[in-house]
Structures are given as C-alpha cells and as structure tokens.
Write a protein that binds this ligand. Structure first.
Ligand code: ADP
Ligand code: MG
Length: 441
C-alpha cells in the first residue's frame, strides 16, 4: 500500500484502507483541520470553500467513532445523522458514505421527499446506523417514531444557510431540540451566515467556529468572466459562447423554473442533449437528469439554484450563469460546481442592464476576480461606449480608465492620452448623475 497521509490524522487502519481504495491519499486542508477537532468531540460550525472536501471532513471522524467492536456489529441504531437541504445533495453524501458503511458492516439509509416512504420505514425499523436525509422527511420519520433521535451521536447539517433560503428552519429547530445534549453537532457551509451562527448558538453550547476561508470566498481555481448583454440577446450569446468556446459540458443556471424550461428547449433546438433540474420536476425526472449529466449522456444541464449546492459533478469545467441568482450566496455556490478539488474551472456570467442592481450587490464577493468581456455584437450600447459595465475596485484605484469618479484620477482624454481629472470633472459627473436620476423619475 502506498503511504496514505490520512494516517497522520490518527484514523484507524480500516478507514485508511478504504480511503486508499477510493483513491484518496492526501487530506485536503479542511480535512486536516477538521478531522482532529471532530475526533475530540467538539461541536462546531465550519466554513470552507466549495469543492474543498468538506464531506469527508465531517464523515470520517464519525465513521472512526462508529467502528464496531465486532464485525458485523450486533446492534444497529442511528449514530450518524446528516441533513442536506436538497435531495440531490443528500443522495451524493449518501453515496460518499457507502463504502465506509459497507466496510464497517454498518447500515445506511437515504430519506428524502419523493423517495419511497414505505421502503424507508422498513429499513429504519430493521435498524440503521447512518441516516442521510432532507429535513422535512427526516422530521416525519422522527415524529412517527421510526428514528430514535436520542440515540444519534453525530449530527451534521450540510449547506446550513440554504436551510434558511428554503424555509426549512422550523424543521431544523425541531430536530435540534430533540437531539441529546451529548450528540456532537456540526454545521457546515461555504457560506456560513450570521443567522446560521445565531441559530447554531441557540442550540449548541459550547460551539467552536472553524473558518478555513472567510465565508463567501470563491476558489482561486475558478476563472470568472462577466458578459454584459442586451437582455433580448441572451440566448444568442449563450449559443455563441457554447459554440465558439467549444464547450462540451456545461451546467447552465437560471433563476426561474419557467426560464429553465425555455433555455433547455433552445439548447435542444440547437442540437445539444439537455437535461432539466428544478423544483417542479418529478423526483424521478430530477434523478435521471442529474445521473445522465454525471455520466456524460447529456452535455448540458439547465438548472435552478437547487442544483447550486454541494453537487460534485465529474469533468464539469464550465458553469454558465444565464442570470444573477436571487440569493447572493447562491452565486458562490453556482460557480463552485466547477474548479473543485484543486481542478481548474470557468464560470461565465451573462448579465443584462436590468440586473445591474443585483450585480452591484454581488460585487463585494466578486471583487476584481471577475473579468468583464465586452463583445460588440451582444453588449448594450452604453457599456460599449463606456468600456465596462461595473467598476471593479482595483479599476477605481487603477491607472487608466475611461471615466473618473475622484479628483486626481488618471483618465484618457479624447485623443487617448492620459490626464489627471480636475474639480471640473467631478462637477460634470455630479451633473450627469442628477440628469440621469431625473430621467428615471
Ligand atoms: P465540498 O463539500 O467542500 O464542496 P466535496 O466534499 O464535495 O467538497 O469534495 C469535492 C471533491 O473533492 C469531490 O470530488 C471529492 O471526491 C474530492 N475530494 C475530497 N477529499 C479529497 C482528498 N482528500 N483527495 C482528493 N480528492 C478529494
Ligand atoms: Mg459539500
């Protein structure tokens, strides 16, 4: 066996063997940091970038503690309980857990809306050790006394802030309230928000906070491009990008379900094999579309933000944002479907003038990392004239730019030569602002 660096984290031989078999030899930074903390029994919130390996970071310590005295174990009762806001992510976490459950003789079950309730109940009654579930279905089984929630030793909430966005907080609060005080509680996301921390603090004492990356940071491995576009030309730009950039596989995000259907139809009419993933599709349809995309039987998946969280899709080099998401954090998660586990990825964002306000909101997150690409054929007139859509902070400090906001800035004059701005430039700018706000009124 080649050396497995997980050994330094004091994981037992049995787990090291499974890790090697599954192809993991070096722990990622979040795994290095979190595994010892969780092995010591600490409750914690964890924020680390998308694609940094959080799943194994929370699963491994729990499995280490679940290694049974005898193989196979004599009794089965729920010891590890993981909650995910979406079915797709629950399924994925369940798949990651399976080789470990199997090797340790532990039984796992996946509980999710749209799943076969009777089969879930049968498995629960036979006794399970590992539960991965979506919140509502989990609570239904708990209230029906199919799950001995007091027995749970390790409780994990993945993508915790999305629980708020999806209105699952009341389920979460109920479950938190039912756990035994001795259960270890772990709350995870790439975007831990203050309200998540507040909720966690009210149920978890003492609570440690581990931040590998400041919440909301986008992985360095993702190259981001922003394409300003006239709204009516979005579809044409999408088609142009896919063909000229020779995109073979892309996850296309849209804000609304109806739009997903429309964009998918267009992609199909251009000859691509397309799947659709949104909340109104049947459970089976969602499952089939994602599987086909994972396995490369379809090349494009058009999805709403339910697919933005946690999904790990092999060989996904390109994410296309057909628009800006409703929830600021979802942008980070959307683009985080690519550039995972140290691989390079590209995120293309199409933005029309009606989305400029949302874009401003996002700008704190995007900062200078996003590069504007102005394509004369698609960009709005005013953007073409100005040379940019939104001023990145570094441009404001930068040496040359076509317009000025501050006295002393360096701008280009009409002949393209550099000059410093004066007080008069400032007044001109103020006048222009007043004029445009009057027009809007
Ligand atoms: P996150 O939850 O932080 O977004 P995941 O847990 O989904 O990230 O992991 C992202 C990808 O990294 C997955 O494809 C996973 O198989 C891979 N991965 C996780 N840990 C390791 C590791 N130690 N070595 C190599 N790849 C890893
Ligand atoms: Mg994850």
């Amino acid at each position: 066996m080649t050396q497995n660096h997980f050994a330094a984290l004091k994981l037992s031989r049995l787990l090291l063997e499974i890790l090697s078999k599954e192809g993991y030899s070096d722990p990622t930074p979040v795994q290095k940091r979190l595994i010892p903390v969780l092995l010591s029994g600490t409750n914690t919130t964890v924020s680390a970038q998308t694609g940094s390996g959080k799943t194994l970071a929370f699963l491994l310590p729990a499995f280490e503690k679940m290694i049974p005295a005898t193989l196979p174990p004599v009794h089965h009762y729920p010891k590890l309980f993981v909650l995910s806001p979406t079915k797709e992510l629950a399924q994925q976490i369940y798949e990651v857990s399976r080789p470990f459950s199997r090797a340790l003789g532990l039984r796992g079950v996946l509980l999710q809306g749209g799943g076969k309730r009777q089969e879930e109940t049968r498995k629960l009654k036979q006794g399970v050790d590992v539960i991965v579930a979506t919140p509502q279905r989990a609570l239904e089984h708990i209230e029906a006394k199919h799950i001995d929630i007091k027995a749970v030793r390790h409780f994990v909430v993945d993508e915790a802030d999305m629980m708020f966005d999806m209105g699952f907080v009341s389920y979460l609060e109920k479950i938190f309230g039912m756990l035994s005080t001795g259960a270890q509680k772990v709350v995870v996301s790439a975007t831990i928000t203050p309200r998540v921390v507040k909720l966690a603090k009210s149920y978890i004492q003492p609570l440690r906070r581990i931040e590998l990356d400041p919440p909301g940071m986008i992985a360095e491995t993702i190259t981001q491009h922003l394409y300003p576009v006239v709204k009516s030309k979005k579809e044409a730009l999408l088609s142009w990008l896919i063909s000229t950039r020779e995109i073979k596989k892309a996850l296309v995000f849209v804000r609304k379900k109806e739009l997903a259907d429309g964009v998918a139809e267009s992609l199909q009419s251009w000859g691509y094999k397309v799947g659709i993933l949104h909340g109104e599709r049947m459970h089976g349809e969602r499952k089939r579309a994602l599987l086909a995309f994972r396995e490369g039987r379809i090349s494009m998946l058009v999805a709403t933000d339910i697919a933005a969280r946690g999904l790990d899709i092999p060989d996904l080099d390109v994410v296309i944002n057909y628009d800006i998401p409703h929830v600021k954090h979802d942008f980070i998660h959307r683009v985080g479907r690519t550039g995972r586990a140290g691989k390079e990825g590209v995120a293309m964002t199409l933005v029309s003038p009606d989305e400029i306000e949302q874009l401003h909101d996002l700008h704190k997150v995007l900062g200078s990392k996003i590069k504007e690409v102005i394509l004369p054929e698609f960009a709005p007139k005013e953007v073409k004239a100005r040379g940019y859509l939104i001023q990145a902070p570094q441009r404001r400090r930068g040496r040359t730019k076509p317009n000025a906001t501050k006295r002393g800035d360096i701008v280009l004059n009409k002949k393209g030569k550099k000059r410093k701005t004066t007080k008069r430039d400032g007044f001109k700018l103020l006048d222009a602002k007043k004029k445009s706000s009057k027009k809007r009124r």
